[in-house]
Design a protein around this ligand. Structure first.
Ligand SMILES: *Cc1c(COP(=O)(O)O)cnc(C)c1O
Length: 413
């Protein structure tokens, strides 16, 4: 037995006994993280894909500062406020189809919980019993809370370990072949009586391994969900706000879900905020004279005004500046910069979509060694599983991007 290595902090996804101590961040600017010891790192992952405009953007800072002067927070039960109303209106305007009804929360996992709960309650409110399970896909990641975990990849999500603590869902392979499409069609037909909805990450399964699928695959999921009378939930927590080259990934497949989950880049990487946005049909199922038909959810910090102001300012930047073109340009640089790794020993695959570049390696990986090698080159890149990936700020300067790509080629080549 030895004493804990650091202070009172319990770190995420970390075996604290054996992991090296975390680095101490002091400041951020642009696409850089400055450590307390003076080292400055080029950030290859934009703080888990949130900092889409780079760090400390003056427009977002000004909006949050102005909101801080008037009203940092107020409860959302019985009250509303201009920052929430403006942001909801704006999101409804940007989202495709009739996704017009915005429920705010504070993290991606909770946005997913709300979507699952709302989907299950749609059936209860319609007087249909027994439809409380979900169809989900292998390789998916939807968050760390219980409901969200239950729809994550069953192996990665450690379903067996948590046993009956997790609700049991029904898993499929993404329908990226005729055979898999037929299996999904048949499986949904068989289980439709117990299913509330199908949940999927559109175009890229992010934290589950940066696996890409074609827009046609997403369109097929949507078509089969409709064919079997199931609701469709899209988890765009990772893909939302430009990461795949369009504002929302679902646009590339022309798919409009019944519920969509947004978070990560919603506030431009500044404050925690999430939204679950419902279409007309879902909302209508809650519109009733029966108080028990209301959506029974309400996070304490729901629609926090500071976070809403930050999100509104972030969307200003998407409107004013060529973020989507920047994302696509980064994609071209990623494709060209990572291409030399293709076919190298130990490299299984190189894949790029929008401003996402992922290199899949053959196990076993020396994760601590890889992390050290990237740090030595002054870049912040965090491999996980068998994946080393770049998801930089959409505003990353060319020389910083070049440094990231050079480090990837040196370390992985
Ligand atoms: C990160 C992520 C979540 C969970 O979001 P948190 O804010 O970490 O709770 C859910 N779904 C997807 C697709 C994500 O990438």
């Amino acid at each position: 037995m030895s004493a804990p290595r650091t202070d009172h902090l319990w770190r995420p996804y970390t075996q604290m006994k054996t992991a090296p101590p975390p680095l101490r961040a002091a400041r951020t600017h642009g696409s850089r993280i400055v450590l307390e010891d003076g080292r400055e790192l080029v950030d290859g992952i934009a703080s888990w894909w949130t900092a889409c405009h780079g760090y400390n953007h003056p427009h977002i800072r000004a909006a949050v500062a102005a909101q801080l002067d008037t009203m940092p927070h107020v409860m959302f039960g019985g009250l509303t406020h201009a920052p929430a109303e403006a942001l909801a209106r704006r999101l409804a305007g940007l989202l495709p189809g009739d996704l017009d009804h915005v429920f705010f929360s504070d993290s991606g996992s909770v946005a997913v919980e709300v979507a699952l709960k709302a989907a299950a309650q749609v059936w209860l409110n319609r007087g249909v019993a027994g439809r409380s399970r979900f169809a989900a896909f292998r390789g998916g990641y939807h968050g760390d809370t219980m409901g969200a975990m239950s729809v994550c990849d069953p192996e990665e999500g450690m379903h067996r370990r948590f046993g009956r603590y997790l609700p049991e869902q029904i898993f499929f392979d993404l329908p990226d072949s005729r055979a898999r499409e037929a299996a999904l069609d048949e499986g949904l037909a068989r289980h439709r009586g117990s299913l509330a909805a199908v949940i999927v990450e559109p175009l890229v399964q992010g934290a589950g391994g940066m696996r890409l699928h074609a827009p046609e695959v997403l369109a097929s999921v949507a078509r089969l969900a409709r064919r079997h009378g199931l609701l469709l939930i899209l988890d765009e927590v990772f893909t939302g706000f430009g990461r795949t080259g369009t504002l929302f990934a679902c646009e590339q497949a022309g798919v409009v879900p019944d519920l969509i989950c947004l978070s990560k880049a919603l506030t431009g990487g500044t404050l925690p905020l999430a939204a679950t946005v419902a279409g007309a049909e879902v909302f209508a199922a809650f519109w009733s004279d029966d108080p028990a038909a209301a959506l029974m959810h309400g996070p304490t910090f729901m629609a926090n005004p500071l976070a809403c102001a930050a999100a509104e300012a972030s969307l200003d930047l998407f409107a004013r500046e060529p973020r989507l073109a920047q994302a696509r340009a980064i994609g071209e640089r990623l494709a060209e910069g990572l291409a030399p790794l293709r076919g190298r020993p130990g490299v299984v695959d190189v894949r790029v979509l929008g401003a996402i570049g992922a290199v899949q390696l053959a196990p076993p990986l020396d994760l601590p060694g890889l992390k050290r090698a990237f740090l030595e080159r002054g870049v912040w890149v965090r491999p996980f599983g068998d994946i080393v990936y770049l998801t930089p700020a959409l505003t990353i300067p060319e020389d910083d991007l070049a440094r990231l790509l050079a480090a990837m080629r040196e370390v992985l080549g």
